[in-house]
Design a protein around this ligand. Structure first.
Ligand SMILES: NC(=O)c1ccc[n+]([C@@H]2O[C@H](COP(=O)([O-])OP(=O)(O)OC[C@H]3O[C@@H](n4cnc5c(N)ncnc54)[C@H](OP(=O)(O)O)[C@@H]3O)[C@@H](O)[C@H]2O)c1
Length: 338
């Protein structure tokens, strides 16, 4: 009997909030590889909130096309090469790259594909978390744009998520005082108890966000790591210290907005505070990944980095796990184990 491949397709354009019916589980006979290609048996799928943006109609831009309907949902994956007609990716290699929510992927070495040479002292899935895109995003955002100095006040939103967990701990290791922003009392307690944030803000509490921000940063924030955008970013720009740095990493509050991203206010503050706001994509830094991997591996081995994973199991769970992540039901990096 033919080998089958179960995939999760983007069945229709999400209306605003993603729902389970936007996805469809589909099983097909496994395809065959051509010259230059190889077949990956996927071990783990990474759920990355940013992909939500490219599920929208007309969302194609300089970075990615809109995800096509009826095709598997794009995703960063890790897996083992089980068949190869590409000498650079021999059978048995462990690889990571951008393919899709599927049990098997056919790849040709493009789309962020690389071979992983795992350190036996590090758990393999870390190469999709702290040593993968989330860790690279956290590290380069902080080091290149944040440029942390001893005693800086570092404030990050979506602090309990895949990027947030790692970024908060790197900032702390660099001598910053850290503030994590997340939704819910229990989540905020977890940020302090498990991830070691110095202070927290529950943006869903009854106390206005602006007041809480003024309380934790009366002299202003030196570094803002922004994963959320929109009105939260507007409020944060109103509470900057002089010469502050704003790391524009993501805009998760905006991906599900009907009618596109809302305007961000308080831009005048950047001028009077001599602040610098800069966007980036983790993939800009492929050549420097070894620097980040060395830094984060050393933290993992020293036991000074907690790298929490919010696990789901089975390809069929991908859609609901992605929906739950956007709703903030995750503690740490969301991974699907296949
Ligand atoms: N620039 C890059 O290269 C790059 C690479 C990867 C990811 N990113 C960006 O990094 C951010 C985090 O991505 P991730 O994959 O690690 O996801 P994640 O942080 O694990 O999950 C998303 C989190 O965002 C928070 N959130 C959702 N809606 C929100 C809202 N309206 N207001 C405030 N918080 C909200 C939720 O936590 P709460 O409980 O706190 O609400 C949720 O857990 C995203 O913006 C993503 O686009 C950028």
């Amino acid at each position: 009997m033919a080998q089958m491949n179960t995939r999760v397709l983007l069945a229709r354009r999400p209306a605003d909030h993603l729902v389970a019916a936007d996805f469809e589980v589909d099983t097909q006979p496994l395809g065959t590889i051509s010259e230059g290609q190889f077949m990956i048996k996927n071990l783990y799928l990474s759920l990355d909130a940013g992909f939500r943006q490219w599920m929208n109609e007309g969302s194609g831009d300089n970075y990615l096309e809109s995800m096509p309907l009826g095709e598997p949902v794009q995703s960063i994956i890790m897996g083992t090469v089980v068949e190869s007609r590409n000498p650079e990716y021999p059978e048995g290699s462990i690889v990571m790259g951008r393919t899709a929510w599927e049990q098997y992927s056919i790849a040709d070495g493009s789309d962020l594909m690389s071979i992983i040479e795992p350190d036996p002292a590090v758990e393999l899935h870390e190469y999709l978390c702290s040593l993968g895109p989330s860790g690279m995003t956290a590290y380069f955002g902080i080091m290149d744009i944040g440029q942390p100095k001893q005693g800086d006040l570092f404030v990050i939103n979506a602090a309990a998520g895949g990027i947030g967990c790692i970024a908060g701990q790197i900032a702390k290791a660099e001598g910053c005082s850290t503030v994590g922003i997340a939704g819910g009392t229990e989540k905020c307690q977890w940020l302090q108890d498990i991830l070691g944030y110095d202070q927290v803000i529950d943006y869903k509490s009854a106390q206005p966000f602006e007041q809480q921000l003024q309380h934790v940063a009366p002299e202003g924030m030196d570094i803002v790591y922004d994963n959320v955008g929109g009105s939260m970013l507007t409020t944060m720009l109103g509470q900057l210290a002089e010469n502050s740095r704003i790391i524009l990493c993501g805009a998760v509050s905006q991906y599900e907005r009907d009618g596109g991203h809302e305007a961000v206010g308080n831009m005048w503050e950047l001028i009077t505070k001599r602040a610098r706001a800069e966007g980036f994509m983790f993939s800009d830094h492929v050549d420097r990944y070894p620097e980040a991997i060395d830094y984060i591996t050393a933290m993992l081995k020293a036991g000074s980095l907690v790298s929490p994973v919010n696990w789901s199991e089975g390809i069929e769970t991908s859609g609901q796990a992605f929906i739950d992540m956007l709703a903030g039901d995750n503690l740490g990096k969301c991974l699907i184990k296949l």
